[in-house]
Ligand binder design. Sequence first.
Ligand code: GDP
Length: 313
Amino acid sequence: MKTLLTGSEGLVGSTIEADVRVGGRTPPFPGYKEHKKRWLDLRNTREVNNLFTETKPTHVIHTAARVGGLGANMNYMGEFFYDNMMINLNVLEAARRVGVEKVVSFLSTCIYPADIEYPLEEHKVHDGEPHSSNFGYSYAKRMLEVQGRAYEEQYGMKHSCVIPTNIYGPNDNFELENSHVLPALIHKCYLAKKNKTDLVVWGSGKPLREFIYSEDVGELTQMILEREEGADMFILSSGEEISIKGLVELVAKVMKFKGDIVFDDSKPDGQHRKPTSGVLVRNAFPSYKFTPLKKGIKKTVEWFLENYESCRK
Ligand code: GDP
């Protein structure tokens, strides 16, 4: 088995062992010294074909994508569509040309239909229009599932999709305004402790979310890659929801923050909850132990403190 990994410096990619590691971000970024790997533009068909012909992988984990928050998705709708379509078309086509046995590709829960009936289940992904704020990204990602399925049918190259819930861990983006809730709270808590101010949390604290530690996503992905089966999709979820209030209390505890936690109701709550089913992955790997949230937060905070100068923030 010779595995090629795309997106090797990302939140998930950085947790996965692979024989060929392909990154897109320009160095230096935290941890880049450990990456004995190549940087190339996955939108460029010739570069991708050359890479696969040269390295001849038998297995591929495809995490690379052009990603961004709400603002970036709305401002660069066309680029998000084009970049992701090209990256995915190139990677799967190059893989099947060199006879790769199996590919595991990453999708995202945000590509599901806007008016979905919860809980999210794997098979509902094509059941309606994605949200208008990110349809460029969403349709490109949905086509990745279609391409993988079509290639498995015609060429027998096995293809599985994974759909993680909110991933957190080392190498995340810890920006204060533009990141997801957990890295934002860790950074805000750090500043509140340092400056002896309140820890200000957006919204009411009532919304519920599911979180998964990046190393769990990496391990489950490798376990899925090693399975005989293909033509399947797995939402990666431990099945546990936590309120934002519960989450911030955990962060404060781990970071030994003793000040006041204030909920800023003028900021939006977003959706109340977005539960997923996650039954398929838990049935496929019944003995798998998900990292408890507190332990994952602890490891993430340790990494953040050690890499404060160089991390994305
Ligand atoms: P969402 O799942 O798409 O809503 O993504 P987010 O991770 O951005 O937000 C999840 C929840 O955390 C929302 O209810 C936010 O209001 C809440 N939240 C509380 N504090 C923060 C913060 O500092 N940053 C972010 N991004 N969300 C926060």
